[in-house]
Write a protein that binds this ligand. Structure first.
Ligand code: C2G
Length: 132
């Protein structure tokens, strides 16, 4: 069974996220989503999410492409996660291109960056809604 992993906040879930998750799942048979905790978002990313971790987790678990959702609590858990879950492929959107190449150096997993879906982001949604 080919295991794929990806990381993110996935706040205000939108079709850009779904496109990423669909393509990530196409690279294997089992997709693990490591979901940024509320504390990680606030302390490390400076993001105040609209939905809580539990709400974002519930949304992700309802997606047919997603097999497991676990918390992201540190920038430094990726190598451990890949080893622990015996991951074959580490996937991120290409806004992160190059940032996680170390995972391929330190584990047996390949690192794949997938093209971001243009014209959509949680920030854009919030901006558009504020203008109504
Ligand atoms: N994404 C995408 N297209 C968009 C928006 C997002 O492909 N229009 C992808 C991002 O590239 C990322 C995933 O969807 O791979 C989740 O995006 P975010 O929730 O914004 O996650 P991010 O803040 O990039 O967190 O340790 C890694 C971080 O947790 C990644």
């Amino acid at each position: 069974m080919k295991r794929v992993i990806t990381y993110g906040t996935f706040d205000m879930l939108h079709y850009g996220h779904i496109n990423l998750l669909r393509r990530a799942k196409e690279l294997g048979d089992y997709l693990i989503v490591v979901l940024s905790s509320d504390e990680f978002n606030w302390n490390e990313k400076g993001k105040k999410t609209y939905f809580s971790y539990e709400q974002r987790k519930q949304l992700l678990e309802a997606i047919r492409y997603v097999d497991l959702v676990i918390p992201e609590e540190s920038w430094n858990q990726k190598v451990t996660d890949v080893d622990l879950y015996k991951v074959d492929t580490f996937v991120m959107g290409d806004d992160w291109r190059g940032q996680f190449d170390f995972v391929a150096d330190e584990t047996s997993a390949e690192v794949v960056y997938l093209e971001r879906t243009p014209e959509i982001s949680t920030t854009q949604i919030k901006r558009d809604l504020n203008q109504e």
